[in-house]
Design a protein around this ligand. Structure first.
Ligand code: ZN
Length: 1001
């Protein structure tokens, strides 16, 4: 336990009067529910009645009701479709043991039966038609019986794993009606909540030996005693270090249910949901917290399964500390109990419900504490401040992350949580804290042009953005505000927000008004730029002039896209000794900085309080020749790009190919994370085939424009390797330099759409050198690639124009092609088997290259595997060789035939189709290929056909065994030896083109 010093007083009276709108109103719903658990058939039999109070100025003719158990009915529900879209077939092909539903509904209003109907689109929403319109200020009582078939806990959050029950989002519940109308929404895994406040009185009947945890205050003395008896046994086991996996009540993992039943009652006011959890194995611990301001006492409870006892033995400490810190920073916890339950259900790391949270599997005590504190924290940001999570998820998840990170950083200032994620500081990702988790992933994602704005509706987020942006970036942005205002002011403003909006539905504008009037600051930069756009922050320390030992003039340039506050830190060694904040909108040409002592350095945001995308331009040091350059740091292989350091990574490399033979050398690069705008890779290798240096160099500069381009990159790629095939001489090699521009097109907000496209414009200078002779080429290509990716359908198109000129003899060519691939997943139920159909059409519209010289469009690439790679975009072990095993490597472009024929190289035109069919046997690596096409050679057209079997390991490696070729192919193929007809593919440049975030982790 840590000692908490209360340094803060409430500033609510001090802050300017609240911005709370006089016109604000909200509906009220007060529930009474009686429910019985049938743990043989996994069903709930219930009777519900709720009082609905219309506080709105509108007359209501209908009520819209959520029936969320119906989300589990089949694959057609919004949840089923969402999961299917994410590649999860569970609901789509679910049998009865997996699905769930709610039925036996029979609604009455004030005792009289009413008409009701399901929503036309969503079966988990229904509409009750009111016979008598509900006038403003009036109330009605709605009642219905209901039966819930509890789905499998494998699907989402309502469910059971055998006889362990997680009963959430389970009863008929009116949707929110607010100033913008009804907010009925189907149940989804992402962006769950927006609910009306009211009271709950819930009586649950179930076999006597279940322990039950639920929202609110336990009203049954007997059950309280039952809990205390279990707790006594749990404490004994912990005290005796006896973390037995055996459950109470017998040797079995899950004891038999008692024949006798009990009814347990819970009540709670001022909440907007009710959840309960029942398990016969639960161990129980309890504790007590005294709240920091009111000194009121709150009871804390932990329920967990015996197998997690070792991990959960200090859970009460986490619950208490979480409740205490959140109260201290935001305002006292308003309820009497706070509970955390060890969940048996797989969905998600944890889930919040009022006064009770369910926690998923954790791998360490630190992880468990973090999740418990986060979920407990949702009592404030979701439970008490009931914002609309589906539209403004950041208002609970993001603000909650801010508090969660502050909690860990306060309680464990020296934690290395992020480094632990990187396998305990894997390579050089060391010394990274819980705060760095958000800082690192946000800046990495943003730097890759993959960022969406914080204010994005939950269903439009990609899953990466949902966690990295909505949770983490929001946390960073509000940490920025906290550092700028200072803890005292920030906390008083958050407490003002809490007091003003507790038990209500604050919208983003309400939060902004409260924070602005309390802080006295204009917060456009936060609420307009950082929340609503992907505009990024980047300040550059341009110049520091030392006037005397303690006086400096600093010049800062805003090279980012947001006019936000700037912190300037004076440093002695690595310690911050002074902090100066520059207000937004001020001129940053001549900032006077005064320090009490001589400084070693001056830095923008040395404490990382500003979520800057680039921190390599923030520093000045008083000593040394290059005052604005960071100290270089050399590290093996890879690591994080630290601010105040120029990280260079190195690794010895060995390589080899047919021509260079064995190569040995080193790679030097700055491909750390978050990525640098300027990136380099220099990889020289000594080639024993060439007796000289071969290798590659890549330089690039990335920008993130504001508008319709997600990412823009200019760069140059330089390669030189030996190539004996240029001429049959030993001293032949090629050298190629390719400057390029590459851009990912499209608005960042549309990232979750299945459509993406990119453009690449590349030029090339190539020299083929043999002895004293050199043939030089110049050329380039323009390529537009688009992808449409759905879990079961993928379409890829590539439009490309190549042109090149032989600078020595003036021969030129120009050609264009269209390639399209359609992939369809034909076998379902979590078995992925694909049919792929590819088409290629290519033609030369200008050609003065000799017909026998490269490059041609080629049908298949037997023995000429480098010829179709004029621009050296890929790697071959035996570039251009015509015999031996390395000549049998095929390259999947152009005609795309899998056969081994030399036939079909043209500088006129060709059209081909390639069908590939994954055979539905295990393991998933066998397929059938069928290639067909036509090619023009001179004045004749040839039809080509071949088929065979393939063995493929993903996209990386494949072997192709021909079975049948038509006569033209057969006759053109010289060797009759079957082994020489086999082709293989090996794709080694998976990383060189589109750098993918997921390739890293
Ligand atoms: Zn959360």
């Amino acid at each position: 336990m840590i000692k908490i010093l209360i340094q803060l007083t409430l500033f609510i009276g001090y802050c300017s009067s609240s911005s709370f709108s006089q016109n604000y109103w909200q509906q009220e719903v007060n529930y009474t529910i009686e429910v019985t658990l049938d743990d043989v058939n996994h069903k709930l039999f219930g009777n519900e009645s709720f009082e609905y109070i219309n506080n709105s100025p509108s007359t209501l003719n209908e009520l819209r009701i959520h029936l969320w158990p119906n989300a589990y009915k089949n694959g057609e529900t919004a949840l089923g479709q969402q999961q299917y879209k994410d590649g999860n077939d569970d609901l789509k092909f679910a049998n009865d043991s997996l699905t769930g539903w709610i039925d036996s509904l029979n609604f009455s209003v004030n005792g009289a039966k009413v008409n009701w109907r399901f929503d036309s689109t969503h079966s988990d929403i229904c509409i009750i038609e009111l016979k008598t319109p509900l006038l403003p200020g009036d109330r009605i009582t709605v009642a219905t019986p209901f039966v819930v078939k509890i789905p499998s806990g494998e699907i989402s959050r309502l469910g059971h794993i055998e006889q362990s029950y997680q009963i959430t989002q389970w009863y008929p519940k009116p949707a929110v009606f607010d100033a913008t109308g009804w907010h009925d929404m189907p149940y989804l895994n992402q962006g769950e909540f927006y609910s009306e406040f009211g009271s709950f009185d819930v009586s649950i009947t179930l076999p006597k030996n279940y322990a039950i945890a639920a929202t609110g205050d336990l009203q049954s003395d007997e059950e309280f005693q039952f809990r205390k008896n279990i707790e006594k046994l749990t404490r004994e086991k912990i005290d005796n270090n006896n973390y037995s996996r055996k459950s109470r009540g017998g040797g079995g993992i899950t004891p038999e249910s008692s024949a006798e039943f009990k009814t347990v009652r819970f009540t709670q006011d001022k909440v907007h949901d009710f959840a309960w959890f029942a398990d016969k194995r639960y161990e129980i611990l309890s504790g007590e917290i005294e709240l920091p301001y009111s000194k009121r006492k709150v009871t804390s409870w932990a329920f967990f399964t015996p197998k997690n006892m070792n991990l959960w033995k200090d859970a009460i400490e986490y619950i208490n500390d979480g409740t205490n810190f959140y109260s201290l920073w935001n305002g006292d916890y308003p309820y009497n109990s706070v509970t955390a339950v060890d969940g048996t259900i797989s969905a998600g790391g944890g889930m919040e419900y009022p006064t009770i949270t369910v926690i998923g599997n954790s791998s360490s005590e630190m992880e468990l504490e973090t999740v418990i504190v986060h979920e407990i924290g949702h009592n404030w940001f979701y439970g008490i401040l009931g914002s609309n999570e589906r539209n403004h998820g950041w208002m609970d998840e993001g603000i909650n992350t801010l508090n969660e990170v502050r909690y860990i950083q306060t309680k464990y200032p020296n934690n290395t949580n992020l480094s632990q994620i990187f396998n305990g500081g894997f390579l050089h990702f060391n010394g990274l804290s819980h705060f760095d988790t958000g800082d690192f992933f946000y800046r990495t994602l943003s730097g890759l042009g993959l960022e969406q704005a914080i204010e994005t509706p939950s269903e439009d987020f990609t899953s990466t953005n949902y966690s990295v942006i909505m949770y983490q970036k929001t946390g960073l942005v509000f940490n920025y505000l906290r550092r700028y205002l200072g803890d005292e002011k920030f906390d008083s403003c958050m407490q003002n927000y809490f007091e003003t909006w507790k038990f209500k539905h604050p919208q983003p504008e309400d939060m902004r008004k409260t924070l602005e009037s309390c802080s006295g600051k204009k917060l456009d930069w936060l609420f307009k730029d950082l929340i609503r756009t992907c505009n990024h922050v980047d300040f550059k320390l341009k110049k520091v002039k030392k006037i005397d030992e303690t006086n400096y003039t600093v010049k800062i340039k805003n090279v980012g896209q947001v006019d936000s506050p700037i912190s300037i830190h004076g440093l002695i060694g690595d310690s911050i000794v002074s902090t100066t904040w520059i207000e937004p909108g001020l001129k940053t040409n001549k900032i006077q900085l005064q320090s009490v002592s001589r400084l070693d350095g001056i830095s923008i945001s040395a404490d990382k309080s500003i979520p800057e995308i680039n921190r390599q331009n923030n520093h000045w040091k008083s000593k040394g020749l290059f005052k604005r350059f960071e100290k270089p740091k050399f590290e093996f292989l890879i690591g994080d790009n630290e601010s105040r350091r120029s990280n260079m990574f190195w690794t010895p490399i060995i390589g080899g190919n047919f021509h260079d033979k064995f190569m040995i050398g080193g790679a030097f690069h700055n491909f750390g994370l978050p990525i640098n705008k300027f990136q380099y890779l220099i990889a020289p290798m000594y080639s024993f085939g060439r007796n000289f240096i071969s290798g590659i160099t890549e330089l690039s500069y990335t920008t993130l424009p504001k508008d319709n381009i997600r990412l823009s990159k200019i760069g140059v790629s330089i390669k030189s390797f030996k190539d004996d095939s240029i001429r049959d001489r030993n001293e032949s090699f090629y050298f190629i330099a390719s400057p390029y521009w590459y851009a990912k097109l499209g608005k960042r907000a549309k990232l979750s759409k299945p459509f993406e496209n990119s453009i690449r414009v590349q030029t090339m200078y190539r020299a083929n050198v043999f002895g004293h002779n050199t043939t030089q080429y110049a050329g380039g290509f323009i390529e537009h690639v688009s992808n449409y990716v759905k879990p079961n359908h993928k379409v890829n198109t590539k439009i490309r124009t190549d042109f090149a000129s032989n600078l020595d003899n003036g021969q030129k060519f120009g050609r264009s092609s269209l390639e399209a691939t359609y992939k369809f997943r034909y076998l379902r139920k979590n078995q992925k088997r694909w049919i792929s159909l590819r088409g290629f059409v290519g033609g030369y519209w200008y050609n003065k290259f000799n017909i026998n010289s490269n490059p041609n469009y080629m049908m298949s690439f037997a023995g000429m595997n480098g010829a179709q790679d004029l621009f050296v975009e890929d790697y071959f072990f035996g570039r251009n060789i015509t015999s031996g095993i390395w000549s049998q490597q095929r390259y999947e472009n152009m005609g795309g035939f899998s056969s081994a024929s030399n036939f079909g190289a043209t500088n006129q035109w060709m059209a081909t189709g390639n069908l590939y069919f994954q055979i539905p046997i295990k393991p998933n690596m066998f397929g059938v290929f069928i290639d067909f096409g036509t090619v023009q050679l001179g004045t004749k057209n040839y039809g080509l056909f071949n088929t065979g079997l393939a063995l493929k390991l993903g996209d990386v490696f494949g072997v192709y065994f021909p079975i049948y070729m038509n006569d033209v192919l057969e006759n053109s193929f010289g060797s009759k030896k079957y082994s020489e007809r086999i082709r293989f593919s090996l794709k080694l440049n998976l990383m060189t083109r589109d750098f993918k975030f997921r390739d890293l982790f």
